[in-house]
Ligand binder design. Structure first.
Ligand code: G1P
Length: 281
């Protein structure tokens, strides 16, 4: 049974400067919660209860956020602030948190590799800590991906979530070439941040993955790219080229995806969530 979620949160957040100069982008507020809290709540909703963050320098605010602050709880209780106590209920969620540091900025593939000794031969989920799925409620796409993976675990090495985007957006993402059309499909090829002219389609990797532990062998073998970073997509591509099988699942068309990767998408996420909470949407 898969119960580990690996959440990489070590990225620099360059496109969100100066907001992210001393604050992790995963801790930016989206209405009343930091981005990464939505991701953690989604993992718990999908019954993943061992959560490993791959952190980096300047990311200790994330560890503090998921700690239990007994002094604060005591203060709120003493002053009768029951509603605010409720806002801290996530601290007591049924999850165990673990942290390890990525000590070099060597890319997403390298970040996932940092989970190897924790994962120890188990299958696991990877959820990128800067992408929120769902708004009205947490997405259960990861639960569907786990079920699909477990049903096909003899044949497949992983399941990846995809979103269909306008062609001009593919340059920011990993992009799949499916073997055949459909909501669930076998992946023929995958390429990281292609030019528009070379994109194999418009299905982009939507920040959620289920992996068998074979991914680690391939991450060890993946050559760094031109920026000396190891791309997770390149390791998956290497697996496909070695005859391993991956399935893709499209997130439902009504389900929202917020990639907090630049100011524009961050503003949109904040406005959407804040308006929704205020009953304006
Ligand atoms: C990463 C992955 C990319 C994926 C994206 C989803 O890119 O490398 O394949 O589509 O996350 O948000 P990054 O956002 O780190 O540039």
């Amino acid at each position: 049974m898969i119960d580990i979620a690996v959440i990489p949160v070590a990225g620099r957040g360059i496109n969100l400067l100066p907001l992210t100069k001393s604050q992790p982008k995963e801790m930016l507020p989206v209405a009343n919660k930091p981005v990464v809290q939505y991701v953690v709540e989604e993992m718990i909703h999908c019954r993943l209860e061992r959560i490993l963050f791959i952190t980096g320098s300047d990311k200790s605010a994330i560890e503090n956020h998921f700690d239990i602050n007994e002094e604060l709880i005591w203060h709120l209780r003493r002053t009768g602030k029951e509603d605010l106590l409720q806002a801290l209920a996530f601290e007591r969620a049924k999850a165990r948190y673990f942290y390890t540091r990525q000590r070099h900025h060597s890319g997403l593939g390298h970040a996932v590799l940092c989970a190897e000794s924790f994962v120890q031969g188990n299958c696991f989920v990877t959820a990128l800590g800067d992408t929120i799925l769902g708004r009205e409620q947490s997405s259960d796409i990861v639960r569907q991906m786990i079920d699909l993976f477990e049903k096909n675990s003899r044949e497949v090495s992983g399941v990846i979530a995809f979103d269909n985007v306008p062609l001009q957006e593919v340059v920011h993402y990993g992009v799949a070439k499916p073997k055949a059309a459909g909501r669930i499909f076998e992946i023929e090829d995958i390429v990281e941040k292609p030019d528009i002219d070379n994109a194999p389609g418009t299905l982009i990797v939507a920040a959620r993955y289920v992996f068998s532990p074979e991914i680690f062998d391939f991450l060890h073998r993946t050559e760094p790219d031109a920026y000396d970073t190891v791309q997770l997509t390149d390791a998956i591509r290497l697996m496909l080229q070695s005859g391993k099988k991956f399935l893709g699942v499209q997130i439902p068309s009504g389900e929202r995806r917020y990639d907090i990767g630049n100011l524009e998408s961050y503003y949109k996420a904040f406005l959407d969530f804040a308006s929704f909470r205020q009953g304006l949407l």
